[in-house]
Design a protein around this ligand. Structure first.
Ligand code: FES
Length: 243
């Protein structure tokens, strides 16, 4: 069972080009494509004629054309052309999904379109500041329930055991971390401080810390499926840590 009236990240912006792009979201087959204006559309990936995945077709000036018998659907999912027929049946339609392209993410609303409030999507402007915030991105396919991934990201007590030789460091540093947890309008947030601690190997390699550090982690869960993590460290006693 899934939460339907929510925004989900469907793709990265650069995954969607002039070719139909298929992805299964909440166990529903979706096809995404850019129309002639560059706007992204998302439709049910199942032609209403004979059930062919629309991703097998191609993007055409009027929308997306099914690769089986050539019906064309516009970005609202309405059939706008039937080859060899001057009329289009009024109920020839596939489901369309609200889409917002923002901060290099493509967000999709999987529930009632009337409730798709784009103001609920959080801002992540750093993706737009390419000089100040260089970044790269990727997609990882995980053979497991998405809630287990959230559990992993929101419970950092595993860091000292699973990632001890990289970003984790000593297990007891995490066990003894000072914690603050608060409920937020869309989920939950926690901050962890590891004051005057031994830096983990990856931090030493990246920054060159010579001694102990004041280290922090800030994680926020935005229901139903997004987690943002911020981490950092400074030489012990030199930073300004919130409390
Ligand atoms: S199955 Fe799509 S046009 Fe026939």
């Amino acid at each position: 069972m899934f939460i339907r009236n929510a925004w989900y990240i469907a793709t990265w912006s650069d995954e969607i080009g002039q070719r139909p792009f298929a992805r299964r979201i909440l166990n529903e087959p979706i096809v995404l494509f850019r129309d002639a204006s560059g706007a992204i559309a998302a439709l049910e990936d199942r032609c209403c004629h004979r059930g062919t995945p629309l991703a097998f077709g191609e993007v055409v000036p009027g929308g997306i054309q099914c690769g089986y018998h050539g019906l064309v659907f516009d970005s609202s999912g309405r059939c706008v052309m039937v080859p060899g027929d001057h009329t289009v049946p009024p109920d020839a339609q596939v489901r369309s999904y609200p889409i917002v392209e923002k901060d290099e993410f493509v967000w999709i609303w999987m529930g009632d379109p009337a409730r798709a409030d784009r103001s609920l999507i959080f801002d992540y402007p750093y993706h737009n500041a390419t000089t100040g915030w260089p970044h790269k991105h990727a997609v990882y396919h995980i053979k497991g329930g998405y809630m287990l991934v959230i559990d992993n990201l929101m419970d950092l007590s595993h860091l000292g055991y699973v990632h001890g030789g990289t970003v984790g460091g000593a297990p007891m540093t995490h066990v003894e971390a000072k914690m603050r947890t608060v409920r937020t309008p869309a989920g939950v947030r926690f901050d962890r401080w590891m004051i005057d601690s031994v830096p983990p190997p990856t931090y030493v390699k990246a920054v060159g810390f010579a001694g102990r550090v004041d280290r922090w982690q800030e994680n926020e869960f935005f229901a139903p499926s997004t987690v943002i993590q911020w981490i950092g460290a400074v030489d012990a006693g030199t930073g300004t840590l919130r409390d």
